[in-house]
Structure formats: C-alpha cells, structure tokens
Design a binder for this molecule. Structure first.
Ligand SMILES: Cc1cc2nc3c(=O)[nH]c(=O)nc-3n(C[C@H](O)[C@H](O)[C@H](O)COP(=O)(O)OP(=O)(O)OC[C@H]3O[C@@H](n4cnc5c(N)ncnc54)[C@H](O)[C@@H]3O)c2cc1C
Length: 1135
C-alpha cells in the first residue's frame, strides 16, 4: 500500500504538463471532504489527541474558546467526550468555501455539538491568511485553541512556520498554555525551527478513496495541488493511483493508501529555541544516527552541551517553557530525536575512567565510570586495557540507552545485565535541573554542586532498567569484572523442512542451551539464505584462562550438531566481530548497507511445539529475505538471580531474548518496503507476546504499536515506576522515552478534602494528622495549601520573601491585608482565578489517593469546585474549635471569623454550604483527628463502595446520542445489590437514625433505594409523586425537567406532591434519591418539604450516585438550600 507521500511524488511527475493552475482554498476545501473517507485515524488518533489537548487546556482554565481553520462540513471537536465539549464556550471557524460554511452552520444548528456555547458559532467565509487581515479578521480577539485539522495541506509545508506563528499571535496572552494544534496526514511535518509542546503520530492510518474516475481525478488534483487539464495526464494519474493503492478483499470499491497521521501542538513559547542555542553549542546530528527512523526525523535543533551546567540550562529551559526534550546517546533508537523537538546530544560526554580500587567507604572494588556519550566499544576497549570489563551488549556502537534500559550481552548469564552492574550515577534531575549523585560515585567524579537526593535509593532503583525516563544521565559507575577471553564456535545447520526445524530447535534448547554452565551461552539464529531455511548457532564460552580446547560440557554440542563450521578465540573487542550476524548470515550485514528495525521479547522453552511453531511461522512470513530471528541466550543464569522488584528491570524469568529483526537495504529507508518490514516486526511481536515472559523496554517509544509491548516491559514494577515518574519527572520533560502509564491510570477515583474552618482551629494540624493516618493505611495522601499559589505570585509581584510567607506565621500576618488585597485585585481581573488555583493544586497532586486542601477562601468549596473534578470525590470538612481553644492556640481576637487563610466573614454567611463533616478539634494531640478520619473518611475507600460502583453499568448514547448513561437502577437488578446499597446508605449517614422521623423519596428511582433503606433503619417512608397521583390533602411544588432526562427539551415543568399530614411539623427527615445531577428534582423536593413544614436544617440528603459536572450542589445553594447536608455514595464522570 503506497504512502500518500510516494503517490504524491509520482502524481506530481505525471501532472507536470504545465497547463494546471494552483488550487484555490475554495477549490481545495470544496473537494476534500467529498473525496476522503474518514479513516480509522479519526477515532483512534485525532479524537484521543484532541481530547488530550483540551484536557491539558482545562488544567489552566475552566472554559475554552476555539478557532478552527478549514473545518469542512463539521467540526473535528464533535466527537470529543461530552464533558469536554461542555467546556467549549466559544467557537469560531474560518471556512473559505461558502457551501461548506453554510453546511457547517446548518449542521451546528441541527445538532448543537457544543452544548455550552455562550453565543452562536462565528463562522466566517474567508481563508486564514487574508492579506492585510491576518488571522481572518480576528484582531484583538483571542483564543485558547487554534486548530488546523488537515488544512495546512492547502498552504504547503514550506510555509507552515508562518501560519503557526500567525496563529500563535491569536492565543490568549492572559492565560498560559493556549495552543495551536496541527493535524496532518502523510508523515512528517516540520516547522523550520519552531519547538512543539507535544507531538504524536499514528503510523498505521489508512485513507480510502472511491475507485471511480471522477473521484480519482479529484483526489489526484488535491494531492498535487493543481488543476489537471489534459485528459491524457488525468488518465495517467488514475493509472498511478490504481497501481499504488490497495483494494481490500471485503470492499473492492475503495482504493486504500497508507496515511500516517501526525499531530503537532505549539504554545506561544514555540519560538524560543534560538535563545537557548545562543548559550549551548548546537546543530544537526543526522550524520551519526544509527537508527533509520531517527535519520528521517529531524529535531528542531540538537543541543550539544559540553558541560554539566549546560545540560542543566537545557533542562531548566524546558521546565520554564513547558517543553519536552529527547536525549541522544548512541543513536540506535527511533526516538532519540523527534521532529520539531529539541534534542540533547550527549556526544561531548565521552570519557571512560577505570578505577581499580578507590579506597573509599563502601568501595565496591574495581569500577568503571562511563560518561553517557560513550559507546559499548569505548568502554570495553578502555576497561580491557586495565584487564577489566563490564557486562554490556554485543555491538560496539550501542550507547547509554543500552545500560540504562537493561543491556543483554554474552556475560549476562555469568554477571547479569548491564544495568545490574550499575552501582551509582550522576544525573541532571528533570524536576528541577539539579545535579544529583546516587549510589557509588567516586569523589573524584563528583560534580561541583551535586547533591544526594532525599529519595536516592528510589532513583538508583529506577535507573537500573528504566533509566531513560528519570533524568538526563551524565555518567554511570559500573562494577567491573576481570576481562575474559572468549571461545566462539559457529554452526550453520540447513533445515530441510519444518519437521527437521522443529527437531533441531528442540534439541538445541533441551540438549544444548539448557545444559550450559553460566560462563557459556548459545545464541540461535533462524533465517533464510539462498532460498533455504537455516538455524545458525553461536556458542560463546568465557574464561580467564586461554581457551585451547572447549570445556567438556560445551563439547556435548558436537554430539548434537557435529563439528563446528568455524571457531575463534577472541578478546572482548574481537567478540564484537564474531557475531554470526556480522560474519556468517546473508554474506555478513557488516558492510553498513542495510538498515534494521527490531523488537525483542523474552522467551522460555523455545523448543516447545507451540513456540517452535510460532518462530517458524514468523520467519516464513518475512517480507524481505534479510529478516531473521535472533535468539540471544542471556537468561537462565545471573539475570534471574535478581528478584523482579529489586531493580526497575522487572522481567527476569526467561532464557532467550528473541530479537525480531527486520532488515532492508539501506537505499530503501523510508519506502514502502521498509514500512512492510516494520509491520512484519510488529505483527510477529504481537503474535508472540502471549507466549512470552514480557518485552524488552529498550527502543520502545511513542509509536502506538509499542504500547502493548511497553505494558509488559517492567514486569511487577510498572505502577511503582509510574509513581516515580511523576515524582522525578513531574512535567514530563522526558515524555518520549519508553512509555510508562500515568500514575493515576487504572486507579480508583481520588478523594479530595477541602479543609475549612476558623483561624486557629487547627486545619493544617488536622490535615497533617489525616495524611499520616492514610499513609499508615497504605494509601498515598498529601496536604497542600491552596493559598501558597497566591503567596508565590504575591512574592514575585512585590518582592516579599516567599519562604517567610510560607513558613513564618508572624511575617505572614504582617502581609495578610496586602495579600488579601492582592488576591482580590487578581480576582477582579480574572474572575475564574479561584477555580484556576484549585485546578493548579489538584493537578499537581495526581499521584495521591487523598489530597487535603487547606487555605481555602470559599465558603462553599464543594458546590464551587466539584464539577472541575468529574469522577473524583470532593468532600468538605470543617474544623471547629471553641473560642477559648483558638485563643489559647494563638491568642487571636476579633468579632468576625477568619475563614481559610484570611477571608473574614460573618458566621452563617448566606453563601456557606453545609460541610460533609465537622470535626471538633478541642483536644490536644492527634488521637481525636485520626479517629475522625478513620470513622468518617476511610469508609470512602471501602471495598463495598467499589462493589456498588461496579454494579452501575454504562450505556452509550442513551437516552440521546452523546450521553453515556450510567444505569444506577441496575444496582437493584444485581444479586445482593439492593441490600448492599441500603447498608451503605445507612452507614454513610452522619446523623442519628434514632432521631429521624421519615425517609422521603421521589418517584421512580428514589423509591427503590429509599424503600430498602427505610426497612433497614425502621423509619417510615414518605412518598412524593407527580401532581394528581396522591389523594388530598397534599402540598405541591414545581419541578422543571432535567436536560438529560428522556423528556424532550422545553416540554415543561411538572408539579410534584406529598401528603400534607404525613409528617409532624418540625420533623427530621432524610431524602433519598438515586441520582443527583442538575439538582432540579432535589430543589423541588426540598421546596415541597419546606411547604410541608419541615425546616431546612432538619433535612439531610443521600444520593446513590452524583454527577458533579451538572453542578447540582450549586443549584441547591443558589436555591437557598446550601445548608442541607448532601452525601453521595458514588461519584461519576460525565452525564
Ligand atoms: C545494532 C543493534 C545492536 C544491539 N545490541 C544489543 C545488545 O546486544 N544488547 C542489548 O541489550 N541491546 C541491544 N540493542 C538494543 C539497544 O540496547 C537499544 O537500541 C538502545 O536503546 C540503544 O541505545 P543508544 O544510546 O545507542 O540509542 P539512543 O537512541 O541514543 O538512546 C536510546 C534511548 O535512551 C535514551 N538516552 C540515551 N542517553 C541517555 C542519557 N544519557 N540519559 C537519559 N536517557 C538517555 C534516549 O533518549 C532514548 O530514549 C541493540 C540495538 C541495535 C540497533
């Protein structure tokens, strides 16, 4: 299947008849959307990437405005999850084709894809680059996201930078983080030195075009960008399309082309690279890259620091401006450089120091200090000169990526992996740019200003197997071993048919490999040569004696395979050249005339029937005669002596590393045949993964096809690494190294606790006590003060001492009035600042299960902020202490009450909400606070809640398209569901059931759960029904329908009724409902209760499920019911 790129160059040639005119924007847009059938990339790439971008934007603002350039007949935003579409408040589009613009308007009108727009979509019939009216006449107007979804095609890649720069000028300067995002098909997008914030690609995209003359004419025209007037040229183009495209068996009417999708997103900082390049030597690096994909990529610029402070400058620059970096070691992976991204080339750090014994404390004996720009060959050569070695890999040109991610070589069975020999490292931390020393770093190699991090052992643990993710490693200290001599013997065994292949592989595994001592290994190669399948075997025996004759054990192999075809005795350098890959196969690959792509899986029992079957099938389906499988015999010895969780390299239980090696002639780099070889490697890896003990993490990167392999790469250490990644690389500076899951993925939704209370009540003290209780219970917890954000900004603006503002109470008191005025002035300029601050602290702590937020200024934090954290639970806890206690604690005075960190308000202020819990903090010590957390907060982590949560199934597009319906009533249809729910409602009620006069519920969902609860707590049930269904006398209230109910919009309001005399006046009641979403039903029920003589202060509400995104609590508060205590068992994201 041809790529669009290759097709385009062919068509360009065919259409160069000189009579064509360049397509106008209108011609382009008019045709593009009729011609291209959306490919799988839309669902699998564009939507997830757009969702990610919008989610990132939402971490710094609450609402989003979008300008879309050339959207076509619908917006690319239409399939975002509803919770993200709801955050888009303004939409503008530039659509030069009037027909499409009208279609877009009509489509918006009929589908309302962005339900929260504050005005109609602003669709203008002009192109982006109107002369003298740049950006389409939006002078002065600013956006959070400018989106080019495939429309840069029109303008041509060569001018891409100009367009992105103009678009960047249209981002809102007031709020950091606005983005220009470009989606494009067909391979690379370069922007001439602009540095991107994020990039992603979808290499497996496919584009379909109807296989008829008219469509192919249109398609050819769009690809070449010109009209094609000559009939003969048009016919030639059709011919090219048909010969290059592929028909699927299932649908012969469509021609398919390979269309890799790329996304590149820029912030206003995109232009800042030159400022760094002034300070750090820089240039292009392509000449020394070993990896063919890396050679095709072109970094925005490769920075080549020559000193550690220069590496620090690179990191600090990335941290300050929110960029990621790639790091270039030996250049063998495909992601050491990436397009439009700055790369740090470690080439200048190329020294090896061999130290026989440093004579220092904890001296591990002879060591090798290897800088990160060294290659395997550099280290082996220099260590050998001192009679030493380290267990590295088999090829001399491979760099630091090898020892930082594992490192399997001929000494692995004897001494373990390369990473196992690492005893220390010098690292530039990517959280701050500090220079860190971990483990054993000899004092002579300790850089100036370096420190040991507090979590040193964790960092060293992570470096040993996942070291490319946690910092820029400057050097490592290896434990050194005596350099051996190797006896190398080769066999090449022809395999006549699959029966013989099975037998020989079985014998190789059982009679040879499994019998070898640890100083020996036997690699196998399964490959085709001269049209014949062959098994190559290389036996390595290491010894500190000169090896004249093979040891008796290895002599056994001759009984199985006969005498060897060749043999040699070599040293650690000579062994590089004795690889069969270099010397025997395919006439030797050593001439540098081939390129390769590899993925590696760990295997046991390679002689078993199932395994042999898979291996043979793999070589049978090779797309190029040069492809082969290398079974590297590194396991079964010292590698498995190390426990899986002792280092980050978690896959330890294997015998062979199976390197699926796709090879093609170097001249074919970037062509279809190279692509076919890469596809073969991934297909084989995918099919063998279930039989393997995991994948090797080295070389896995951002390619989505690596995701399945990466998920097995670290064995039991995946989640620990995810947490450490968040600690050591919180801004994801090294975003494109071997993929790790996000710390929060796969975890139960978090609990956030807004801790409020009067000044000196002990909020921070309690938060600290609760953190330690949760930590004891093996949950991760942290306390943060939201007011620190303001203090930081205040310190920057006024020159006040931040450390003292944070830590010195008296100093803070002195600044309190000025701080409050500063905050209020900020809020006046940016009314959403409190929400932004809240998001800031919450997003900075995504790695914890429980977050306690103190210093809140809001009287109703749960109502105000819970919608910002859909899927997470926000609880309000008020800490109270008697006036006496508070005075004792700090001698504070005054009539008003200081809320949070400074807001003075009257008690019982109208805006307040009832906190979920009140903790009386009058006694000294931690005991009471801990008891409170144990009784009130810990139950939110109980397994019973998880069980209940699982009983709520999701139904997509119900009751309307775009709504993911959570079937809460399904709980009652599950065995034991109703009983479980009733007992949880009983247990989570914070009042005294003995004082409750009635459980109140509204039809229909509420009836189900309330009945079960009423039975358990033995309290009468009061039923609320639609008007007209209950006998008089009744009281009545008005209820408007919720916009998510199945009732069509605008179909009005209804009365609800309750018997007038069913409860005594002044009764205490608990209202139970199945769902709290918009809060309209609950408001009506509360209104009805008030009509019936129940005081608001005597009502509690319990909901089975809450959907905070609809801001039901805010509606209650605005309706005057803020003081009603509301508890929900489950919290759900979205609708
Ligand atoms: C021909 C060939 C032979 C191989 N032989 C073996 C073998 O015998 N045994 C084996 O185990 N593996 C082997 N490999 C796999 C090899 O370990 C990986 O390709 C490895 O990633 C290469 O590292 P590099 O530094 O050469 O490449 P690079 O592409 O430069 O780096 C690889 C990764 O490491 C990161 N990185 C590099 N330097 C640093 C640093 N200082 N700090 C932080 N991150 C850094 C890069 O950003 C990148 O993510 C081989 C690969 C090839 C192509």
């Amino acid at each position: 299947m041809a790529t669009l790129h290759s097709l385009k160059s062919q068509l360009g040639f065919n259409s160069s008849d000189g009579s064509g005119e360049r397509l106008s924007d209108a011609q382009y847009y008019g045709a593009a959307f009729d011609t291209f059938t959306p490919s799988s990339a839309y669902q699998n790439f564009i939507i997830p990437q757009l969702s990610q971008l919008v989610t990132t934007l939402l971490s710094s603002r609450t609402h989003i405005s979008v300008l879309e350039v050339g959207p076509g007949p619908w917006t690319a935003l239409k399939d975002l999850p509803i919770r993200l579409r709801q955050r888009i408040k303004r939409y503008a589009a530039l659509q030069p084709n009037s027909l499409l613009a009208t279609g877009l308007e009509e489509w918006f009108h009929s589908t309302s894809p962005l339900p929260s727009l504050e005005g109609p979509p602003d669709i203008r019939r002009i192109p982006f680059h109107l002369d003298g009216n740049q950006g389409g006449g939006y002078q002065g107007e600013r956006f959070d996201l400018v989106l080019f979804c495939h429309s840069v095609h029109v303008y041509g890649i060569s001018t891409g930078r100009w367009f992105v720069e103009r678009a960047l000028e249209m981002l809102d300067e007031q709020v950091e983080g606005g983005m220009v995002a470009v989606f494009h098909y067909d391979g690379l997008l370069e922007f001439d030195g602009l540095v991107c914030h994020t990039t992603a690609s979808y290499p497996t995209g496919v584009l379909s075009v109807a296989d008829d003359d008219e469509m192919l004419d249109c398609f050819s025209r769009l690809l070449v960008g010109f009209t094609i007037n000559e009939a003969t040229v048009r016919a030639g183009c059709r011919l090219v399309c048909r010969s290059k495209g592929r028909h699927e068996e299932a649908d012969q009417s469509q021609l398919r082309f390979s269309s890799a999708e790329v996304m590149v997103a820029f912030t206003r900082r995109a232009v800042l690279l030159p400022e760094l390049a002034l300070m750090i030597p820089s240039g292009r690096v392509a000449y020394m890259l070993k990896n063919p994909q890396a050679r095709l990529n072109d970094a925005a610029l490769a920075l080549k620091p020559e000193s550690i402070p220069q590496i620090q400058q690179c990191v600090r620059w990335a941290l300050t401006h929110g960029f990621s970096l790639t790091v270039l070691g030996g250049g063998h992976s495909g992601h050491c450089i990436l397009p439009n991204m700055a790369a740090v080339d470690m080439g200048a750090f190329n020294k090896v120091h061999v130290l026989l014994a440093a004579g220092e404390d904890g001296d591990p004996g002879p060591i090798i200090v290897a800088e990160a720009g060294c290659t395997t060959g550099d280290i082996i050569r220099q260590a050998m000169a001192m009679g030493l070695t380290a267990p590295l890999g088999a090829r001399p040109s491979v760099g630091a990526g090898l020892w930082l991610q594992g490192g399997i070589g001929h000494l692995a069975r004897l001494h373990g992996l390369a990473c196992d020999a690492i005893v220390g490292a010098v690292v530039v931390g990517v959280d701050s740019g500090a220079v860190l020393c971990v483990g054993h770093v000899p004092s002579s190699h300790w850089p100036a200003g370096a420190t040991r991090p507090a979590n040193e052992s964790e960092l060293l643990w992570a470096i040993k197997g996942a070291g490319t993710n946690f910092g820029i490693v400057v050097s490592v200290t290896f434990r050194a071993y005596a350099a051996p001599t190797y006896s190398v013997r080769n066999w090449v065994l022809p395999l006549r048919d699959s029966t013989e292949a099975r037998r020989k592989l079985g014998e190789f595994d059982e009679l040879v490999a499994k019998k070898l001592a640890r100083n020996c290994s036997a690699d196998a190669y399964l490959y085709w040569d001269d049209g014949h399948l062959r098994l190559g075997v290389t036996m390595f025996e290491s010894s500190h004696e000169m090896i004249d004759t093979p040891s008796p054990k290895t002599a056994e192999i001759e009984k199985v395979f006969g005498p060897e075809d060749s043999s040699a005795t070599v040293d650690g350098v000579g062994v590089f050249e004795s690889e069969m890959y270099m010397s025997g196969m395919h006439g030797g690959h050593g001439g540098g005339k081939t390129s390769a792509f590899k993925r590696c899986l760990f295997l046991k029992n390679i002689g078993s029937a199932a395994m042999v079957g898979k291996l043979l099938e793999a070589v049978e389906t090779r797309p190029s005669p040069l492809c082969y499988l290398h079974l590297l015999h590194g396991g079964g010895g010292a590698v498995s002596d190390v426990a899986g969780d002792a280092t980050a390299f978690g896959c330890r239980d294997w015998e062979f590393a199976c390197v699926i090696t796709g090879v093609w002639p170097r001249g074919d780099d970037g062509t279809n045949s190279a692509q076919a070889v890469i596809r073969w490697v991934y297909t084989v890896a995918e099919e063998m993964l279930p039989l393997s003990s995991g994948a090797y993490g080295a070389d896995l990167g951002p390619d989505p096809r690596d995701a399945a392999l990466a998920s097995t790469a670290f064995g039991p250490n995946r989640w620990r690494l995810a947490r450490l990644k968040h600690t050591f690389d919180p801004q994801n500076v090294l975003a494109y190294a071997c993929p790790l899951p996000r710390a929060t993925e796969g975890r139960k939704a978090r609990v956030m606790v807004a801790v409020s209370g009067e000044s000196c009540a002990g909020k921070d003290f309690c938060a600290a006590a609760w953190v330690s209780l949760f930590t004891e219970k093996h949950l991760t917890a942290r306390a943060v003060s939201i007011s620190d954000v303001t203090k930081r900004e205040y310190a920057i603006a006024t020159g006040a001492d931040l450390d003292r503002l944070l830590g010195d109470r008296a100093y803070k008191e002195q600044h309190r009035p000025a701080l409050t005025a500063f905050f209020q002035a900020q809020v006046q300029r940016r009314p959403r600042l409190p929400e932004e601050h809240f998001l800031h602290v919450v997003n900075g702590a995504t790695d914890v299960d429980v977050l306690f937020v103190t210093g809140m200024r809001d009287e109703a934090p749960v109502a105000a902020f819970s919608h910002l954290l859909p899927g997470s639970r926000l609880l309000g806890v008020r800490v109270e202490a008697s006036e006496e206690t508070r005075q004792f604690r700090r001698g504070c005075k005054g009539d008003g009450v200081v809320v949070g960190d400074g807001k003075t308000t009257g008690r019982n202020g109208e805006d307040e909400e009832a906190p979920n819990f009140i903790f009386r903090n009058d006694t000294a010590g931690n005991r009471a606070a801990e008891g409170f957390a144990e009784e009130r907060l810990l139950p939110f982590f109980h397994d019973d809640l998880r069980r209940l949560d699982k009983m709520v199934c999701s139904v997509p597009d119900f009751p309307r398209p775009g709504i993911e319906f959570r079937h809460v009533l399904n709980i009652s249809q599950q065995p034991g569901g109703l009983a479980l729910c009733a007992s949880l409602l009983q247990a989570h009620f914070t009042g005294d059931w003995a004082k409750i006069d009635a459980v109140v519920c509204c039809e229909a969902g509420g009836y189900v759960f309330a009945s079960a609860l009423a039975l358990v707590v033995n309290v009468p049930l009061v039923l609320i029904r639609e008007g007209g269904k209950l006998p008089p006398p009744t009281v009545t209230a008005l209820k408007s329908s919720s916009h998510i109910s199945s009732v069509p919009k605008g179909l009005g309001e209804k009365n609800i009724e309750m018997g007038r005399d069913v409860m005594p006046r002044g009764a205490s009641v608990v209202v139970v409902d199945d769902v709290l979403a918009t809060g309209k039903t609950l408001c009506a029920v509360l209104q009805l209760l008030v009509e019936g003589g129940v005081g608001v202060e005597d009502v509690s509400v319990m909901a089975v499920a809450e959907f905070p995104v609809h801001r039901g609590r805010e509606l209650l508060r605005r309706g005057g019911f803020g003081k009603v205590k509301v508890q929900s068992l489950l919290i759900f994201d979205g609708l």
